[in-house]
Design a protein around this ligand. Structure first.
Ligand code: SF4
Length: 281
């Protein structure tokens, strides 16, 4: 998996003389950077909940992360390239998670493993659970499942490698860490009575001012209800029901002719019934 295929490297627009075939590789700087980065991705060693057990299983011999050059799970964020968020992210834990992320050197990647890390999972909207780590960190790959199997995690890691393969040094949006100057740290949330995202301080202040003035805030306006249609009165008999429909259909020119025929049929039926009743008496 981590082998650089020499034949693939030589399939460029530059012709390689026959005598140098197999000894010369022509490629781009981006490709070499990407290949070395994607083949030595060191994840940060930490787990949050049940998903972490599957992550541990992925690192064991049966699935073998070494094939991806990822077996060196580091105990320090300063030596890690990849943060696998494996488990439920509680409001208490999101604070150290963001702090650890800030301590990782660029280039760094984040993988949300499982339903909890991706969107809150079965605890979504819980009083103590964050509805997805992507509210706080930029996530590169989401791995669905509750929990995802080791195979699913491996698939996510391959997807991440493909993403890295597509990055180019020529595009600074792809690789901002090669740009000029240090990158901005992600604001660390504050845990008070509830979790507070410092990026939303302006909004929180505005809402606090409105609350102090007794105004309503953060309440969605409900759309106006459509006008209620008048319910036709329940017909006491079939004939009455036909007459009620006829009254409704009078408003609709398309139905008027059909209703007229039904009324004529009803009149004929009434005449027949009356004739039968006369014969019987
Ligand atoms: S996604 Fe499922 S298995 Fe993973 S941490 Fe949440 S509840 Fe546990």
């Amino acid at each position: 998996m981590s082998q650089l295929d020499l034949r693939e490297l030589q399939s460029t627009e530059f012709p390689v003389p026959d005598e140098l075939q197999g000894n010369l590789a022509i490629t781009s700087l981006s490709r070499v950077y990407n290949w070395s980065r994607r083949s030595s991705m060191w994840p940060l060693l930490f787990g949050l909940a049940c998903c972490a057990i599957e992550m541990i299983g992925t690192a064991a011999s049966r699935f073998d992360l070494s094939r991806f050059g990822m077996e060196v799970m580091r105990g320090s964020p300063r030596q890690s390239d990849l943060m696998i968020i494996s488990g439920t992210v509680t409001k208490k834990m999101v604070v150290p998670i963001v702090r650890l992320y800030n301590q990782m050197p660029e280039p760094k990647y984040v993988m949300a493993m499982g339903a909890c890390a991706s969107g809150g999972g079965p605890f979504k909207e819980g009083y103590n659970v964050v509805s997805g780590i992507d509210k706080y960190l930029p996530v590169d790959v989401y791995v669905p499942g509750c929990p995802p199997t080791p195979q699913a995690l491996l698939y996510g890691l391959i997807a991440l490698q493909k993403k890295i393969d597509g990055q180019s040094l020529a595009n600074m949006d792809d690789v901002p860490w090669y740009g000029v100057g240090p990158s901005e740290p992600t604001p660390v949330p504050v845990l008070g009575p509830d979790i507070i995202d410092p990026r939303q301080m302006d909004l929180i202040r505005r809402q606090a001012e409105m609350a102090a003035q007794g105004q309503q805030f953060a309440v969605r306006e409900l759309p106006a209800l459509p006008a209620k249609r008048a319910t036709p009165k329940k017909a006491s008999s079939k004939a009455a029901a036909v007459e009620a429909q006829a009254a409704d259909a009078a408003d609709d020119p398309g139905n008027a002719e059909r209703m007229e025929r039904r009324l004529e049929a009803l009149a004929r039926k009434r005449a027949r019934d009356a004739a039968k009743a006369g014969e019987a008496s």
